[in-house]
Write a protein that binds this ligand. Structure first.
Ligand SMILES: [Cu+2]
Length: 128
């Protein structure tokens, strides 16, 4: 293989690797518990405490979540009551146990709320 074709091959590999890296989008989970949004990685024992105690729920409330453009958030109703999660272009009434996915295609701040519980508000910061 000539030096020139070696250079071309390695350039192609770099470009392909960069494209593959960009295509990797993360999946996040946000759980509704005791009429608040909480981090989806919250362990079950803490979720159980949140579900039982409004003060614990308030302390655990997720107000801001930073994601990258192209990432997806799964909103899961882990509560005992119905929630209705919405933002521009997304409108999902969820019974307990149901979940819905939302992919963030544009950078900027996105406010997610619940139509039933006005205090539920999550700001999703979508970065490039
Ligand atoms: Cu709600």
């Amino acid at each position: 293989m000539s030096r020139f074709s070696q250079l071309i091959s390695s350039s192609i590999i770099v470009v392909l690797a960069a494209a593959a890296f960009q295509a990797v989008a993360a999946d996040h989970t946000v759980i509704q518990a005791n009429k608040t949004f909480v981090d989806g990685s919250t362990p079950q024992d803490k979720l159980d405490a949140i579900l039982k105690d409004e003060a614990v729920a308030k302390a655990a409330t997720l107000e801001t979540l930073t994601v990258k453009k192209g990432d997806t958030i799964t909103f899961k109703n882990g509560d005992t009551v119905t929630h209705h999660v919405f933002t521009t272009g997304f409108n999902e009434k969820q019974e307990p146990g149901q979940s819905s996915k939302l992919t963030f295609s544009d950078s900027g701040d996105v406010i997610v709320r619940c139509a039933i519980h006005p205090k539920m508000k999550l700001t999703v910061k979508v970065t490039d």
